[in-house]
Design a protein around this ligand. Structure first.
Ligand SMILES: Nc1ncnc2c1ncn2[C@@H]1O[C@H](COP(=O)(O)OP(=O)(O)OP(=O)(O)O)[C@@H](O)[C@H]1O
Length: 235
């Protein structure tokens, strides 16, 4: 059987200033084609776990594996082009939306790739927005639009695993549903592609994921397959 794409093996992350344990001996694997929900109340550790899984946050114990192998120094940029984390808050940048979308192609790891304005326009159109938006300044984009542009900036690079952290939190219901459909289409285009999703909406977790991992105080306290909607509590 093929190794999972991304594996956290008994990882522990502590706050370096206080020593407080933020992630406590968590193990989880993401296999090709999976749609996983990370659920738990505010402060449970969903963001820290996602960041740790793509090596944006250091872990003090345990290992992160890509296709069964530990990711070592020189492999980190390549790893990060395959496994991407999308933060909830998108920093406001100077320049146009198109400059923001083009910026990853200046990085060494993507130097063989080219920005595809038509692909971006097709996605923006599918989301019901004006295809001329990339010409405008990023500063003037709404919170929801900014989240969408950050998402498109990642998806255009065709990563294999994407960890979405409250990816539609600033979007209205209509845009949210269109973005969900767009992500599902993107994922369906390649059976390798996997997504991990956090949301405080149990309905959205239901729509976007097939397996849910429950976190509490930095620990995995449960796992479910299928529907979570209708259950009490803040997932
Ligand atoms: N860089 C950091 N240094 C120290 N503590 C942190 C850091 N990042 C997060 N924390 C703490 O770790 C805990 C888990 O935070 P995290 O952001 O992962 O929660 P969450 O489950 O994503 O919550 P929410 O649903 O509100 O986004 C919180 O108590 C938070 O204050």
């Amino acid at each position: 059987m093929a190794a999972p794409l991304l594996t956290a093996e008994q990882i522990t992350r502590r706050d370096s200033a206080t020593g407080r344990v933020l992630i406590d001996r968590v193990s989880m694997s993401i296999a090709a084609g999976e749609r996983i929900g990370l659920v738990g109340s505010s402060g449970a550790g969903k963001t820290v776990l996602m960041r740790s899984m793509v090596l944006l946050d250091p872990v003090q114990e345990g290992r992160i594996l890509w296709q069964g192998q530990p990711v070592v120094g020189s492999e980190v940029p390549g790893f990060r082009s395959r496994a991407m984390y999308l933060p909830q808050l998108v920093p406001v940048t100077d320049g146009t939306v198109e400059e923001f979308l083009r910026s990853p192609f200046e990085w060494k790891i993507h130097r063989d790739r080219r920005y595809d304005a038509e692909r971006i326009a097709a996605w923006i159109d599918a989301c019901g927005l004006n295809v001329d938006l990339p010409r405008g300044p990023m500063m003037q984009a709404s919170g929801g639009e900014r989240q969408l542009f950050a998402l498109l900036r990642a998806l255009q690079l065709d990563p294999i695993v994407v960890l979405f952290d409250e990816a539609t939190a600033s979007m209205d219901a209509e845009l949210t549903r269109r973005v969900e459909a767009m992500i599902s289409d993107w994922q369906a285009a390649d059976p390798q592609r996997s997504i991990v999703w956090t949301s405080h909406s149990s309905e959205q977790i239901d729509r976007m994921t097939d397996r849910q991992i429950q976190l509490q105080a930095g620990q995995v306290v449960g796992e479910r397959h299928g529907s979570v909607a209708g259950e009490a509590g803040n997932v």
